[in-house]
Design a protein around this ligand. Structure first.
Ligand code: GLP
Length: 244
């Protein structure tokens, strides 16, 4: 779906999420959301906060699982995805903090394997993801599933691609300060979501969007695995769609 601009598109995506939350509320059920960071989802979170404040949208039945976190990374660090999510969403809504799950960048290295297995299990025990929001990196990563990620991969620690670290270097005031690794949900974790919306804005995403949607499915561009998911929508602005 191609929209005139990201503001219009984000409102549509936020509305879909709000409707899902309310439909689950009506059935007294939890709504399990997979959430993303980066600049792409910011306006979606803004709109959800607005709906909470102005229209009484409640998040009391919402359980969230974030895609990824840099490793190592403290929660207080304002580059952390923990910080990002609280700043843009969680601090402004009525979600139960117990229902917020973000990969923990402070887990000791030797405990990470078990931590990742437990993260997967927690998603499963919550009933699986009802909705997964995604951005896309210029490498074709979703979450931090960089080129080479297997379709069956689960939550794990990965090494960031050089291009990803270059793209993050502005936020970290230089590439030397960008962590080399991250914890991310896997490709299979994402593909098990009942519904997926991937958002991309701007000209610098146009090439990877073309390769993701029209290229052959390959772990070289992990986002291409979405082609086989039966309920995925790519939500684009005109610039991101300009090479399709
Ligand atoms: C980071 C995140 C991804 C995100 C990507 C794109 O690498 N781990 O989940 O999709 O950046 O970021 P942006 O939305 O800022 O373009």
């Amino acid at each position: 779906e191609i929209f005139k601009n990201s503001a219009e598109a984000s409102v549509i995506v936020a509305r879909e999420i709000a409707q899902l939350i309310q439909a689950k509320q009506a059935k007294n059920k939890p709504c399990v959301l997979g959430l993303a960071t980066g600049s792409s989802p910011i306006k979606v979170y803004e709109e959800l906060v607005r709906m909470h404040k102005e229209e009484g949208l409640s998040f009391s039945n919402v359980v969230t699982f974030n895609l990824d976190e840099y490793y190592p990374m403290s929660k207080e660090n304002n580059q952390s995805y923990f910080y990002f999510m609280h700043q843009h969403l969680f601090n402004h809504i009525d979600i139960d903090p117990e229902n917020v799950n973000i990969p923990d960048g402070t887990v000791p290295f030797e405990d990470l394997n078990q931590y990742c297995i437990d993260y997967e299990m927690k998603i499963k025990n919550a009933g699986g993801l009802d909705f997964q929001l995604l951005g896309i990196g210029r490498t074709g990563h979703v979450g931090f599933n960089e080129p080479g990620s297997h379709i069956n991969s689960g939550t794990r620690i990965i090494t960031l691609d050089h291009i990803t670290r270059v793209d993050a270097s502005f936020d970290f005031n230089g590439i030397d300060f960008v962590p080399k690794r991250a914890v991310t949900m896997g490709v299979s974790t994402i593909l098990r979501s009942k519904r997926i919306v991937l958002m991309a804005w701007g000209q610098n995403k146009a090439e990877i969007i073309k390769r993701t949607i029209q290229g052959e499915i390959s772990s070289e561009i992990p986002a291409t695995f979405l082609q086989n998911h039966s309920n995925t929508t790519f939500v684009l602005d005109q610039s991101a769609a300009s090479e399709l």
